[in-house]
Design a protein around this ligand. Structure first.
Ligand code: SF4
Length: 348
C-alpha cells in the first residue's frame, strides 16, 4: 500500500524554498572557475583539510524491486549472493586491515534474504569490529530503525534517485522502491528513530533535468538540517555508470556540469557533507576534493563478497577509480589534506 506524503514532500508543496539561490548557480553559462573558487573557500572554512574515507560493504545483491538502471534489478539473470553474517564480518575485517573505520553496508531490497533480523545480526556482529556503521538498504519502519540504532547503527543512506515523480515511476517499475512517498519520507523516519547521520542523493542522468534534481536535493538537505538539527546530513550526486541493466542516461551530465552541480551545492549548503564514490574517475575525484568533497570511498567493490572472493556475484555497477585505499590516502596527503579514517561520531 502506498504511503501518504511525508513532511518534506509537504514542505515542497506548501512552503517557500530554503535555498532558491541555487538556481542562479546552476544556470548554463555560469563562470565555473569563479563558482569552484567560491565553493573551495566555503569548504576550507567549514571543513578545513580533512577528508573522511569509507568503504561500501555489499552484503547482498538479491532484490525484489525492479529499477531499470540497476544491475541488481529483480528481472535480471545475474549471479546472486547474500553473505552469511560470518562472511560479512570477514569482509569487514579485511577492510579494517586496510585502514577503514567507517563502513557502509549495502544491499538490494529483499525482505527475506536481507530481513530486519539479518541486518540486526550484522550490526551486532560488526559493532566490536568497526567503530562506525551506516546502511544503504531498503526503507524500514520506525521500530526497525530504532532497533538498529540501539544495536549500534549510526547512519542511514537513502537516495531518492530522482525527485521527478513521473520519471521516478517510469524507472521504478515494481517492488517496494516504486513507492515515491515511502522513499522520500524514509530519512525523516530514520531521523525520528534516532539515526545520527542521514545520507541523501540523486542519480544524475536518470531524469532529463539534472538541474532540477540538484536543486531539490539541496532543498532536501537544507530542510533535513533545519528540522533535525542534531543530525549530520550528507549528499551524494552519483552519475549513472554502466551496469548489467544496460541502462543509458536520458541526458548525459558532462564533467563540467558535474563540477558545477557539486560546487553549487557546496555554496548553498555550507554545512552539508558531500560524498563522492569511486564511480567517478581518479582525476576528477582528485579535483573535486579541492573544491567541495568531504567524504570519499576508496578501493571499492560493488559485489557481495567482492573484497575476499571477487567474481562470484554480479556487481551493481562498474567503478572508475581503481586505486587502493592507501593510494587514495597518499593522494590526499600529497594535496595537503588529511585522510580521516575514523570520525567524530565513532562509538569507540
Ligand atoms: S536500485 Fe536498489 S531496489 Fe532498485 S534494483 Fe537496484 S538494488 Fe534493487
Amino acid at each position: 500500500m502506498s504511503q501518504p506524503p511525508g513532511r518534506f514532500a509537504q514542505h515542497l508543496a506548501t512552503e517557500a524554498w530554503l535555498v532558491p539561490e541555487i538556481d542562479a548557480l546552476l544556470a548554463p553559462g555560469v563562470d565555473l572557475e569563479e563558482l569552484a573558487q567560491r565553493a573551495r573557500e566555503v569548504t576550507l572554512q567549514r571543513f578545513g583539510r580533512a577528508v573522511r574515507l569509507f568503504a561500501p560493504l555489499y552484503v547482498s545483491n538479491a532484490c525484489l524491486s525492479s529499477c531499470t538502471y540497476c544491475g541488481f534489478s529483480k528481472g535480471l539473470d545475474v549471479a546472486r549472493k547474500t553473505l552469511t553474517v560470518d562472511e560479512v564480518v570477514a569482509e569487514a575485517r579485511s577492510l579494517v586491515q586496510k585502514g577503514f573505520r567507517h563502513l557502509l553496508l549495502v544491499s538490494g531490497e529483499h525482505r527475506v534474504e536481507v530481513s530486519a533480523d539479518y541486518l540486526m545480526a550484522c550490526v551486532e556482529a560488526l559493532r566490536p569490529v568497526v567503530p562506525s556503521l551506516s546502511i544503504e538498504t531498503q526503507t524500514w519502519s520506525d521500530d526497525t530503525y530504532a532497533r538498529l540504532v540501539e544495536a549500534g547503527l549510526e547512519g542511514v543512506v537513502h537516495y531518492q534517485e530522482t525527485y521527478d515523480r513521473v520519471r521516478y515511476g517510469e524507472v521504478h517499475t515494481a517492488g517496494w522502491k516504486r513507492d515515491y512517498d515511502r522513499r522520500l519520507a524514509s530519512t525523516e523516519r530514520a531521523a525520528e528513530a534516532g539515526v545520527r547521520r542521514l545520507g541523501i542523493g540523486a542519480l544524475l542522468g536518470l531524469s532529463n533535468d539534472w538541474r532540477a534534481d540538484v536543486r531539490t536535493v539541496a532543498e532536501h538537505a537544507a530542510w533535513l538540517q533545519r528540522t533535525y538539527w542534531r543530525t549530520e546530513v550528507t549528499v551524494s550526486l552519483p552519475r549513472i555508470k554502466p551496469s548489467a541493466s544496460g541502462f543509458q542516461p536520458l541526458v548525459p551530465v558532462t564533467d563540467a556540469e558535474y563540477v558545477q552541480a557539486i560546487a553549487a551545492l557546496r555554496v548553498v549548503a555550507p554545512e552539508v557533507g558531500i560524498v563522492l564514490s569511486t564511480r567517478e574517475p581518479a582525476a576528477l575525484r582528485d579535483g573535486l576534493v579541492r573544491i567541495a568533497v568531504t567524504t570519499m570511498s576508496a578501493g571499492s567493490s560493488t559485489e557481495p563478497g567482492g573484497y575476499l572472493a571477487p567474481g562470484e556475484a554480479q556487481e551493481q555497477f562498474a567503478i572508475s577509480d581503481e586505486r587502493s585505499p592507501a593510494e587514495v590516502a597518499a593522494m590526499l596527503e600529497a594535496a595537503g589534506y588529511e585522510p580521516v579514517w575514523k570520525d567524530a561520531f565513532a562509538l569507540k
